[in-house]
Design a protein around this ligand. Sequence first.
Ligand SMILES: [Zn+2]
Length: 360
Amino acid sequence: MQFKCVSAFAALCALLLGLAACTPERMEPKDTSRMKMNASSQFYKDTFHNDGNVTLSIEGSWLGMARDYLFGGQQRFPESALPVSVLDIQALTAEQELSLSWLGHSTTLINLEGRLILVDPMFAKRASPLSFIGPKRFHETLPVTAEDLPALDAVLISHDHYDHLDREAVQTLAPKTGKFYVPLGVDAHLRNWGIPENQIVALDWWERAEHLPGLSFVATPAQHFSGRGLLDRNRTLWASWTILGQSKRVFYSGDSGYARHFKDIGNAYGPFDLTLIECGAYSEYWPSVHMTPEQTIQAHLDLGGKHLVPVHWSTFNLAIHHWREPMQRATASASSHGLCMTAPLPGEVLTSFRVSPKPQ
Ligand SMILES: [Zn+2]
């Protein structure tokens, strides 16, 4: 029964993301990667697993989900293109401690104590393997292109879904990026795309890598799934990232359902000066792999976050809810908890968590 549900969900995902015409990319882990995968407690039966073996099986009927998708009537994308702010790199890098710019969806450029870190670079027009079909970006322009970004200390990737891992962006960024940090198995994608071996660091959950003295990355857990085609489900790991600077700490959720790992990460590495947590693409049909906005707020509380910047919203139509709903619900929930939350335009610079320049 569960297999049927998963198959049905996979079929709908294929419909949503235009994957039906896609064949999986060739991806074979190197021997060293395979050894690390085999040693991972998340890896067995040749696939990765969530804690508690939570799967992406849908709640309710597949037919009900298909009906809601086709006839639900929600306004899932804006009537016209949403505005963006052109990224002011100088404003971002002038900050000594912590500043950031959300570039749309989950892509965020962080300046942590003078080091530039980019998470989940995705600059494509569509979250799809095909250029002419699949969820289209709500913005006509980008705050900055991959070509125009300055040299980066590190790029962190949470998992291999198309809305988080953009082959063209990775290849464009490679010559100016120190290292790519990825969850186990995702390294094979990068290797296949020509990224030099010495630029790739693949980590298991709770594994920590020191990039430079005073800057470390920990691949922390998430509750999700992976795959870029119909035949490679969960062949690579998914993760959140804990970023440890000299005096500031940042957490990025990746994609995740709500689970106890947020408390565990908060206990291990909290409190966090800043959390970037997914807020969008949720559904009552797949409650285990994405969070409701209220759960986003709860995750921030579990982590011991001081300031929340939601990500994964208002960029692609990936679920059945109204496109505005995630931020409306998150704002109400944050307000009821008295939380410090900022939802900037793509490209705006948050410096010491004040928006600059002010939105028009
Ligand atoms: Zn995902």
